[in-house]
Design a binder for this molecule. Sequence first.
Ligand code: TYD
Ligand code: MG
Length: 449
Amino acid sequence: MSNKFSSYVCQNCGSITSQFFGRCMNCKEWNSIIEEKKSSKSNKLTNDFTNMPKSLKEIKVNKISRINSGFKELDRVLGGGFVYGSFVLLGGEPGIGKSTLVLQTAAKISLSKEVLYISAEESLEQVKIRWDRLGQESDALQVLSENNLSNIIQLIKNLKPSLAIIDSIQAINNLEMESASGSVSQVRICSAELQQLAKEYNITILIIGHVTKEGSLAGPKTLEHLVDVVLNFEGDHVASHRLLRGVKNRFGATLELGIFEMQENGLQEVLNSSSTFTSNENVSGLATAITKEGTRCFAVDIQALVSKSFYNNPRRTTTGIHLNRLHQILAVIEKHVGLKLAQYDCYVATAGGFDINDPSSDLGIAISLISSHKDLKPLNNCSFIGELGLNGQVRKTNHLQNRVEESLRLGFTKVMIPKTNNDLSNKYPSINILEVSNINEAIAIVFAE
Ligand code: TYD
Ligand code: MG
């Protein structure tokens, strides 16, 4: 039954209706609508006109002070550490290692600052067991197992730590709301109150959010506008690498990437990241691309398998790159190189499932596909940089010099790049720079032997 104090909110997309439906009209999700009672309080005028607009000239900005997390990789993604009074969201699938990461971070920060770790999901014994496993010795960290929002807020106000961590936002509860913890409205209300607390008391608050299997934080995008920083912790459960991505950052660059490795006794930073994703093998179907994520270059091995198909619709499968990208590269190869791939299954995978979003890895992908199709090894000890245009040209990329330097650092003796106007070989005499303007020129060099 509907009444005028209720609204019905879809827990998947957040859309609001005045009536109950079994299926959301907006996102078409079944059984996602929950009744929310409106509070009887009226929205009184609170402005006593002390809060008046100012010109931007009058506003003074203090230098942003930050808390170093103790992890270089985490600091990089944050843009130099946690900003005081910021509200940070760390998202990731269950079991990926979020609690481990924050507990290790809390341990490091607690050596010099006051840190409060609130576990709403685990008992203090469970936290202690993980703590022992991580081999932490600091005894300054304060821990609490609690899931009532009001208690949490009161405690943070009393203790005034520099950093408060809440693990996880989906497990805490505002008792004034009727919906269960973890529902979109609970998550939204709890986050809004914590955000105010962070600003008002200048306390950095880090919340953890589980990502649903579709890859969205409980109720897509309901939190992202509220927080200052969104970090995503990703990786696959089998492999030990974990990538920490900055998705939003009000105090630094986004799309920064930090790399960790999950070991028996916790997460270790991977500082020399490139060598993790390359093997320096010379086999058919394998090429190394130099991609750029945030401010960093990475060398990533790309493997392709092109084999005769037994299906009416040949298979096209990718790991680590977008399927559309593969389709586009295959179309370019068909049209401009003349390989007939319509009868072939094509699989492409990046080393360690590393996600590549940078189009400059196109050339590497194309070379690995052609190499697998021809069953020929590509040019030995060569890395590939360049975006493929639809008419087969190898297009210029940004940060070319950084990429060449990364190839050099990893010991490649050759690097294939788009044609440039300035001669890079003077600048980098110890690496053989192969400039190409289209895919056919590239093939002629790569498969010359
Ligand atoms: P956890 O931090 O509990 O994940 P989340 O909070 O994201 O749900 O980490 C879970 C996994 O990490 C678990 O499967 C065990 C593994 N792990 C290690 O491999 N080494 C360790 O030292 C720890 C603490 C966990
Ligand atoms: Mg956890």
